[in-house]
Write a protein that binds this ligand. Sequence first.
Ligand code: ARG
Length: 595
Amino acid sequence: MKKLIDEITAVVTSAFVENGYDEKYGKVTVSNRPDLCEYQCNGAMAAAKEYKCAPFMISDKIAEALASNPMFSSVESVKPGFLNMILAPEYTAQYMNRMKEEPKFGLETAKNPKTIIVDYGGPNVAKPLHVGHLRSAIIGESVKRIAKYMGDTAIGDVHLGDWGLQMGLIITELQVRKPDLCYFDSSFEGEYPKEAPFTLSELEEIYPTASGKSKEDDAFKEAALAATNELQQGRRGYRALLQHILDISIPDLMKNYANLNVSFELWKGEKDAAEYIPDMVQMLKDKGFAHVSEGALVVDVREESDAKEIPPCIILKSDGSSLYATTDLATMVWREKDYHPDAMVYLADKRQELHFVQCFRTAKKAGIVSPNTELTFIGFGTMNGKDGKPFKTREGGVMRLENLVKDVNDKMYEKISENRKAKEELDISEEEARQTAKKIALAAIKYGDLSNQAVKDYVFDIDRFTSFEGNTGPYILYTIVRIKSILAKYIATGKNPDAAGAILPAANASEKKLNLALAGFAGAITGAYEEKAPHKICAYIYELAEAFNGFYHETKILSEEDGARQLSFIKELQLTKDILETCIDLLGFDAPERM
Ligand code: ARG
């Protein structure tokens, strides 16, 4: 079904056409003077120029033509030539009733559904997830869910960092610590042990140590570079070590992502691209796209229109090692072969923009993807602490994601325990309180992130994010829980919310406002989809929650005596709850039963 605003535009447009004016003048927008009207059309102002008359002559005519239209309770022509419209409550109620019956509340899903690969997460194996990985996971998961809801086949790929220098660093450090392991003996021909020669916590300590050493010790760094190269060239012992690292890291990563309500269809990594590198490199050379520059193999990607210098994309280093761009390009090769996607969307820190420009240009130029494959980079800003600097632990170290989540969980648990005592809801078990705290904490974290435009930096403010008031995740959940509780009370009086009955025309302004907010669903989702911008859904549900709470405070729902009117309220509540729950699911979190 059409969006509300499109239905209105259609009616206003026909009034223009019937009065002899071009259809382009009938466009309706949400009023920027909500104190005066709900919708407006400024078309008469522009039409006046074409038809050489005073704008109000046109707006008067249109207002007259629309005066008896049941869609409006008032259409006013206001000098110099504006049309101010207020919808009839009968019409908005009827719109609500249609929304309730239609799948996805009447949303028109994508006309040409696409296959889209969303490349997000991007953790580096052997390194614990830190707060830097949070944004990619949160935003990517939402972008993927929105695409699926709109009808696309969306495939999430975690794209593990498992092929670069960090692997060489770990191998080198292991060799220093345990030189006698068979993995380092190049004459070893037997089977490597099934059991890894290290634990997860050892691994998590080995990487930062090795990385620190490589910054101070040139010989160590050289050794790590050489190990990286040998790993890539296929040295057996190193490949076996890589497998151990993956076997140990991946289950831990999966657990961490599951805690964030994030899941990937594909658990591929940079290393899965390795087998496609030789042919790809050959093709780039054969077709003349790549050439040698200072020993390295590069592809020029400059374009006439570039305002600043875009350096060439480096495909192979002089020692033949592959780089970040090499695996990203070779990853496109297998994605193209296995999925032939219409689009690929990448999420990474916005400081990686140049890398993606280079890769995308190389891929297009060399035909690694087809000319109409959409390649999009969503570069996100930094999550900062209250001091405005990248978020750190109290001691100034890199914050592990797990610890951040735990801090917010604990804070939420404290809060709801206080509430619980205050409300004497002592029937809530410890277990339920923990589970509830976890849900609200996740909403606090995700909403805190997603409510900002991705490209912007934001301040992780735990006090603000966990507040039950204001533009926060917990406020949205609180609204949903409030509705659930009213519905439960209604049912407890022996009534059936699903009994036959319609949503009746709004009885007052706050109810009308709620209707209009509900009607905004399709526009919000479509906007978020087209612009890959989950923050639009946050803005929408905040407006909806506000409208609902305004209505709730002005309306006696449970003590309403007119049964049909009460059932109408209940149906509006259900619609509000269903829409809010759908939206938070698209953002990647859900609501508890009570809080
Ligand atoms: N592993 C990378 C990092 O931690 C992010 C990967 C982003 N995705 C990609 N296809 N390059 O910075």
